[in-house]
Design a protein around this ligand. Structure first.
Ligand code: UD1
Length: 419
């Protein structure tokens, strides 16, 4: 398995192009199953997760053409309504093919998902939403067997707590249902709005995406369309935090500071200077060390759980004590013991981590356990003294496009070591 060798202690200077959002690309790709004509997506990141979903879609009969960051998907005929274990287990977002297959073909057999090891992450809300729309669902041998012979029907789907995946899955199924669907307590992440924009470009009638109540008027069929995937706000935030940890100044292009939501004022409070421009932002770290700031992860517009690990890396060398509370996933501090191996002072009590900033981290061999945790170790490695070896780089390949190249171009000493 590949590793990343990082020699820390160099400030970052230069320009980094931000890729399209992985979490959005995966959902709009699933939308291609909903119509016979071509869906052309631009700004698609070339990532292992995208390739994995592509393989699954091809297995359902989708014809794909990937050139640069433009991906064209045509689901002329669905040749299989089964999503096998081997293609679904590695990535939870693959599960989102269930809704579109059911909506278009009236049946589907989809393996229960896998994904990052950050908690139980069940799919009960997804299944309840589909049942509310009239699907008959059975679970057997690790598979979901779903049927809706007469088609799905519009329904009121009231989520007991905010779920990004369940909101998106409901949208993907409801666009072809008979009648109107209302999603109450819907997730408001920018990726939800991006999916709605893509579906609407295909002829769907989705209103109020980005708000807590979304309405979807079902239509008989969707048509081909083009859609540009929105910039990756997690990649954006991660590079902003990298500058916070190492010092220096970066220009991030193809992105926008407004996508950072609640992370923006937190990072400014920590001492970073962030200037927003047109389709770019500039970030600088004028102080030797950041200031400690407390955060609580929340659904959007709150501080994103997907930036919690990277923020913890930033706080390890901050001036003062910060508390980090994780409210979305029950097991998302696996990076804390790894950061401690590098000299960080972190204590975890249930869902709260307390980080006492130290002057300097020291490089060490560390192991990443999930995608965002891996990025937190990279940030720590970039500011630590000496060499850090980040193991299990495949996690990073799932979610950060051309990571080493982007950082090398800005002066970082980071190299992939092939096994
Ligand atoms: C998505 C993102 C992920 C991000 C998360 C929260 C993708 C591919 N992944 O994940 O990067 O960290 O949003 O912003 O877009 N839950 C249930 N039952 C369900 C569904 C969810 O109990 O049926 C729980 C989860 O275990 C979790 C919470 O709800 O504790 C929120 O999860 P959710 O918002 O659904 O996250 P994902 O869509 O899986």
């Amino acid at each position: 398995m590949d590793k990343l060798a990082i020699i820390g202690g160099r400030p970052l200077y230069g320009e980094i192009p931000i890729s399209g959002a992985k979490n959005s690309a995966l959902k709009v790709m699933a939308a291609s199953l909903l119509c016979e004509e071509a869906l052309t997506l631009t700004n698609v990141p070339r990532l292992a997760d995208v390739d994995m979903l592509l393989r699954l879609l091809e297995q359902h009969g989708v014809e794909a053409m990937f050139e640069g960051s433009t991906l064209s998907l045509t689901a002329g005929t669905i040749t299989s309504t089964e999503a096998p274990y081997d293609l679904v287990r590695k990535m939870r977002a693959s599960f989102n093919v269930l809704g579109p297959l059911l909506a278009r073909e009236g049946k589907a057999k989809v393996s229960l998902p896998g994904g990052c090891a950050i908690g139980a992450r069940p799919v009960d809300l997804h299944l309840k939403a589909l049942e509310a729309m009239g699907a008959k669902i059975e679970l057997d041998e690790g598979y979901v067997f779903a049927e809706a012979p007469g088609g799905l029907k519009g329904a009121v789907v009231s989520l007991p707590f905010v779920s990004v995946g369940a909101t998106e899955h409901t949208m993907l199924a409801a666009v072809l249902a008979k009648g109107a669907t209302t999603i109450e307590n819907a997730a408001r992440e920018p990726e939800i709005t991006d999916l709605a924009n893509c579906l609407n470009a295909m002829g769907a009638k989705v209103s109020n995406a980005g708000q807590a109540t979304i309405t979807i008027e079902g239509v008989d069929r969707l048509h081909g369309a083009s859609h540009a995937v929105l910039p990756d706000r997690i990649e954006t935030g991660a590079y902003v935090m990298a500058v916070g940890a190492t010092g220096g100044e970066l220009t991030l292009t193809g992105t926008d500071a407004s996508l950072l939501g609640a992370a923006l004022p937190v990072l400014e409070e920590a001492g970073l200077i962030i200037e927003n421009g047109e389709n770019m932002l500039r970030v600088k770290q004028p102080r030797e060390r950041c200031k400690a700031v407390n955060i609580v992860t929340q659904p959007f517009p709150g501080f994103p759980t997907d930036l919690q690990a990277q923020f913890m890396a930033l706080m390890t060398t901050a001036d003062g004590v910060s508390t980090i509370k994780e409210t979305i996933f029950e097991n998302r501090f696996m990076h804390a013991p790894e950061l401690s191996r590098m000299g960080a002072k972190i204590s975890v009590d249930g869902q709260t981590a307390t980080v006492r900033g130290v002057e300097r981290l020291k490089g060490a061999p560390v192991m990443a356990t999930d995608l965002r945790a891996s990025m937190s170790l990279v940030i720590a490695g970039l500011c630590a003294e000496g060499q850090t070896m980040v193991n299990r780089v495949y996690h990073l390949d799932r979610g950060f496009e051309r990571l080493e190249e982007k950082l090398q171009n800005c002066g970082a000493l980071i190299e992939r070591v092939k096994d």
